[in-house]
Design a protein around this ligand. Structure first.
Ligand code: SAM
Ligand code: SF4
Length: 279
């Protein structure tokens, strides 16, 4: 088993397959994009599969594919087909912005990918365009429809910032009334190079307060082990609501993850700069 020096068993790999993206969310990337890595610097899919096979022998049983936007990397579907077949890998989940995902959903379902995190910060087309610098809300909403039509567990992730999209909190919570989705609000992490925007920072307490004011029946659910979100139900809603205290970092004690960047650098914490490059 992989056990870190705080005694935490590591069973979950978050693998970023690319640094490229087809959106430019203002909290994640500058408008002009980052200087994307030349392809030879990225781990090849063969190298990633070899790494996961080795890690599966050491107790990794769950893999989340992320990025950048995973679906902009060519041959992702062939890679996923081989990944899900690795002995010991019980769960493969994906985090996506949903722009290119919709046509691939039946195939993802047939591969046994039963849970997808869809990033969606607003249901308003203009605000979506402003926040992501691309007019892609309709494509993302088609992905949401297709996920539900294919019975894939869907978690919607929304980064919330005061004065930007805090007015979207309640419309997003509204989705949980009739849809079996989990809407999870994420505290902004200061990763876009300009530090934490304190005026815009929304803590998970504040977010819960806003939801509770509108939905007094909001009540705490039992969280799964290693969950990064605190989850809540609302009477007569099919879905549920969660908050991820990504900045307050309330979940470190039960962390079971290791991260690998597209170039093969291991990160034992989201907030470290990388501890070793396996290449
Ligand atoms: N492109 C994919 C997507 O957006 O779902 C996967 C990669 S993206 C980096 C993974 C998640 O990180 C998204 O849900 C996104 O909203 C979140 N994220 C990005 N920058 C963030 C920040 N500064 N603070 C909090 N969450 C952030
Ligand atoms: Fe792209 Fe995801 Fe970052 Fe948005 S959050 S720019 S979709 S990688």
């Amino acid at each position: 088993m992989l056990i870190d020096n705080h005694g935490r068993p590591i069973s979950y790999l978050r693998l970023a397959v690319t640094d490229r993206c087809n959106l430019r969310c203002f909290y994640c990337m500058p408008e002009e994009g980052i200087s994307f890595l030349p392809k030879p610097h990225l781990l090849t899919f063969e190298e990633m599969l070899r790494m996961v096979r080795i890690m599966a022998d050491m107790g990794i049983s769950k893999v989340r594919i992320t990025g950048g936007e995973p679906f902009v990397r060519r041959e992702l579907m062939s890679f996923l087909r081989e990944l899900v077949a690795i002995p010991g890998i019980e769960k493969v989940n994906i985090t996506t912005n949903g722009v290119l995902t919709e046509p691939l959903i039946p195939e993802l379902k047939s591969l046994g990918i039963n849970s997808i995190n869809l990033s969606l910060d607003t249901l308003d087309r203009e605000r979506f365009k402003e926040m992501t610098r691309r007019d892609e809300l309709p494509a993302v909403l088609s992905t949401l429809d297709a996920l539900l039509a294919n019975d894939i567990e869907t978690k919607i992730n929304a980064v919330v910032m005061a004065g930007k999209n805090d007015i979207d909190i309640l419309p997003l919570v509204g989705l949980t009334k009739d849809l079996p989705v989990s809407v999870r609000f994420i505290e902004e992490m200061p990763f876009n190079g300009s530090g934490l925007n304190e005026a815009a920072f929304m803590s998970y307490h504040k977010i819960i307060e806003i939801v509770k004011e509108k939905h007094p029946s909001l009540s705490k659910l039992k969280d799964e082990a290693h969950s990064t979100s605190y989850n809540y139900g609302i009477d007569n809603h099919k879905g549920n609501v969660g908050v991820i205290a990504a900045f307050s970092r309330t979940f470190c004690g039960t962390c079971n993850r290791i991260r690998v960047t597209p170039t093969g650098t291991f990160k034992s914490c989201l907030y470290d700069d990388g501890v070793l490059n396996i290449r």
